[in-house]
Ligand binder design. Structure first.
Ligand SMILES: [Zn+2]
Length: 234
């Protein structure tokens, strides 16, 4: 969502949460301004809150707009401990392609590189291929370890979700998990696997997840700000 710092009130998303203890305002590049409201809070006056926090909101929305997206020189996947250096070769009027050199950990991106959007689209496509290569086997290993077996695993590019588990135990994982530190990506996978047993976010679910991941609360809090760990181009 594009935000304009000049518009007031700005565009915002509202999220209701069973876990949140207080009303929370967040600004991130993917979701923009978001207001999280605990489920138990009814008829909350969002506009009054926006007025109260106007200076903070405008400052952060303006900073977000002013930061241009950069083309990366390398890609780091902490989860699978891989680090790729990127070499760019501009060839006019040629479709962009990416060659992967596994042994030297290099990517060669060649083609018409003058349109930044196309370069980034090609990079994201490449990341999704890497995610398909690595994330399903990691999830299956964890599932086997905890005797939580899912059906299909698909890799998606959801804007606001790290993962999801359907009623028929199909699990979707976001390719961006590759960019998270291992403990947080594993936490997301355990969260989705825990839904095989509990299809809700009630206390029983969190108790069960805490058995799988004793640092569950801490990891959950870290995930809320994990957008900051993403490169600006993803
Ligand atoms: Zn969940």
């Amino acid at each position: 969502m594009e935000q304009s710092a000049l518009l007031w009130p700005p565009e915002y998303n509202v999220k209701t949460s069973l876990k949140a203890k207080h009303v929370r305002l967040t600004i991130c590049k993917h979701k923009g301004l978001e207001v999280t409201i605990p489920n138990r809070v009814k008829n909350f006056d969002i506009l009054a809150l926006l007025e109260e926090k106007k200076l903070w909101i405008l400052k952060h929305l303006a900073a977000k707009q002013a930061t241009p997206i950069s083309i990366p020189n390398n890609i780091k996947f902490p989860l699978i401990k891989k680090n790729w250096d990127i070499i760019y070769q501009n060839i006019a009027n040629k479709k962009i392609s990416i060659k992967t050199y596994v042994i030297s950990n290099k990517l060669i991106i060649s083609g018409d590189l003058t349109i930044q959007k196309s370069v980034i689209a090609a990079l994201i496509k490449w990341c999704k291929v890497q995610a398909k290569l690595h994330l399903p086997s990691l999830l299956s290993t964890l599932g086997t370890q905890h005797q939580l077996l899912c059906n299909n695993i698909t890799i998606k590019n959801q804007r606001t979700l790290w993962g999801s588990c359907s009623s028929s135990n199909n699990i979707n994982l976001n390719y961006k998990l590759l960019f998270l530190p291992e403990h947080l990506a594993i936490h997301v996978m355990l969260h989705e696997l825990a839904h095989i047993k509990h299809k809700h976010h009630k206390t029983r679910f969190w108790d069960f997840l805490t058995k799988l991941d004793p640092l569950c609360d801490q990891h959950n809090k870290m995930l809320r700000i994990a957008d900051k760990l993403m490169p600006d181009w993803v």
